[in-house]
Design a protein around this ligand. Structure first.
Ligand code: AP5
Ligand code: MG
Ligand code: ZN
Length: 213
């Protein structure tokens, strides 16, 4: 069993790398951001509760996301491991997670702030979960997803002002987790400025031995 956390600021490549890991190793990618966006799209009660916070770049309440994750990792497909993308986001969530699962490795993907803003303002996403970048990872056909053919869109929270606010929220609430997981001996620093393929290689080479068998 290999339980992985992708840590790192907005735009560092958590989703991009989690998806590759999931394709390669078969562990499900559990993105709280994607789960919440689907709930908003479907106008469920959860979506209604999350929408304002998400659009403003604030965190959704711990109670809501802790519940989502506890439920999701109880599914059978998590038996050999899972990849958490976007969770935990603060110490309360990290401690709630400690109560239910042991974490094997936490990848802290590092990218300087100005590059994050550029990445997010030029990001395009698909509802199927694929992520593109107009310059660094463009779709084969403009505006259309390579894997499912649907129309790509610019996330509501990817406006420059909201990106800046998300970065502030990251510094005040999420960054303390670096120290928390480093103290547990499971943190691995990843240089997120390299090419997507090279970042992936570095992540793979830092997986625990049992994952590679
Ligand atoms: P969430 O969806 O998790 O957003 P985020 O953390 O802000 O991170 P992003 O998805 O923006 O970035 P990423 O690191 O996944 O980067 P990506 O791979 O796309 O959360 C959204 C909101 O939901 C939160 O603000 C909050 O409201 C709520 N929420 C979610 N989880 C929560 C929780 N646990 N608690 C409370 N609230 C929660 O890459 C970015 C771009 O760069 C792409 O265009 C990509 O193609 C490109 N790129 C990636 N890697 C590279 C590379 N190496 N070189 C060049 N370009 C690259
Ligand atoms: Mg993401
Ligand atoms: Zn798609």
């Amino acid at each position: 069993m290999t339980n992985v956390i992708m840590l790192g600021p907005p735009g560092s490549g958590k989703g991009t790398q989690a998806e590759r890991l999931s394709h390669t190793y078969g562990w499900p990618q559990i993105s709280t951001g994607n789960i919440l966006r689907h709930a908003i799209e479907a106008k469920t009660e959860l979506g209604l509760k999350a929408k304002d916070a998400m659009d403003a770049g604030e965190l959704v309440s711990d109670e809501i996301v802790d519940g989502i994750v506890a439920e999701r990792i109880s599914h059978d497909d998590c038996i050999k491991g899972f990849i958490l993308d976007g969770f935990p986001r603060d110490l309360i969530q990290a401690k709630a997670l400690d109560e239910i699962r042991k974490i094997d490795v936490v990848f802290d993907i590092r990218v300087p702030e100005e590059e994050l803003v550029e990445r997010l303002s030029m990001r395009r996403v698909c509802d199927c979960g694929e992520t593109y970048h107009l310059k660094y990872n463009p779709p084969q056909k403009e505006g259309v997803c390579n894997s499912c053919g649907r129309k790509l869109y610019h996330r509501e929270d990817d406006k420059v002002e909201t990106i800046r606010h998300r970065l502030q929220v990251y510094h005040s609430q999420t960054e303390p987790l670096i120290h928390y997981y480093s103290g547990k001996g499971v943190l691995v620093d990843i240089d997120g400025t390299k090419h997507i393929d090279d970042v992936f290689k570095n992540i793979v080479s830092n997986l625990p031995d049992e994952a590679k068998q």
